[in-house]
Write a protein that binds this ligand. Structure first.
Ligand code: GLU
Length: 276
């Protein structure tokens, strides 16, 4: 829903307001959309250490597909880069950040699991990933999730990936950190044997490792990425679904992909929104 399309024929005054930035007039009174558009400011949770999806570049500017999706949603509210406050949303803190109001929404490789849907709301999915394994290229001892017994397997606290290791490879020695960057360092230093999480996160690390790391084991879960919002805010959740649907239809979603993760990863399947 762009500002202009909702103005209607003859809405010259409204059009002028819309051109100057989004007016809260186009949103229901008291809605999150109205209050964010009015404030011209939004706080967005992203990852800081995941190339391709959410990473800070050398100048401290966020880059990646998640970041572009977040910018698209903010733009619909008439909020540009100056109005966005980016905050780091590590995996284990996302639910608390949303319920505590520390972020207005979170776009951070965030799987729409049924457990999490009890605690937060999700718009999406805007992408579907799958869990995989990353090892050092010179280590031939791990080829699949069935090879993890007695291995040092690193993942992140509060992630679906850690939970899946507990279920599929209970004999593995699970090593948990707060973020994937710490796991990556441990893998490169030989302190752990495997880093496991979504394939697209691992692909970003592999692409930057000059051949030292490789993905193995294929995908053994499905991880539909959603945009997290506060649990009770169905209105905002459903509005974000509308924004996503329009962006998928008019090509902005694909453009966002092509300019970020698409540099390394194959074209994604068009996602089907889960408007629960
Ligand atoms: N998508 C999974 C999750 O939401 C793993 C990636 C992550 O930790 O962000 O838990």
């Amino acid at each position: 829903m762009s500002a202009m399309r909702n103005v209607g024929v003859g809405g010259a005054v409204l059009a002028a307001v819309a051109l100057a930035g989004c007016s809260s007039d186009e949103y229901p009174d008291g809605s999150t959309m109205a209050s964010l558009a009015d404030a011209g400011a939004v706080t967005v949770g992203i990852k800081y250490d995941q190339p391709l999806f959410g990473e800070l570049d050398d100048a401290g500017v966020p880059q990646g597909f998640d970041v572009e999706v977040a910018r698209m949603i903010a733009a619909e509210l008439g909020i540009d880069e100056d109005g966005i406050t980016w905050v780091e949303a590590v995996s284990g803190e996302r639910e608390e950040m949303l319920s505590g109001g520390d972020a207005d929404f979170i776009v951070a490789t965030y799987t729409m699991s049924s457990e999490r849907k009890e605690v937060v709301g999700f718009a999406g999915p805007y992408y579907v990933a799958g869990q995989s394994l990353l090892t050092r290229t010179d280590d031939a001892s791990v080829a699949s999730v069935t090879d993890l017994a007695d291995k040092q397997v690193c993942s992140v606290d509060g992630s679906t990936a850690a939970r899946t290791v507990e279920q599929l490879a209970p004999e593995a020695n699970l090593v948990l950190f707060d973020d994937y960057g710490a796991c990556l360092d441990a893998l490169l230093a030989g302190q752990v044997d495997v880093l496991t999480t979504d394939d697209v996160i691992l692909a970003g690390y592999a692409a930057e490792a000059d051949g030292a790391l490789r993905l193995v084991g294929g995908n053994f879960t499905s991880e539909p990425y959603g945009i997290g919002v506060a649990l009770a805010d169905d209105e905002f959740r459903l509005w974000i679904n509308d924004v996503l649907e329009e962006a998928i239809d008019d090509g902005r979603w694909k453009d966002a992909w092509d300019s970020t993760a698409g540099a390394v990863l194959p074209d994604p399947q068009q996602p089907h929104l889960d408007r629960y």
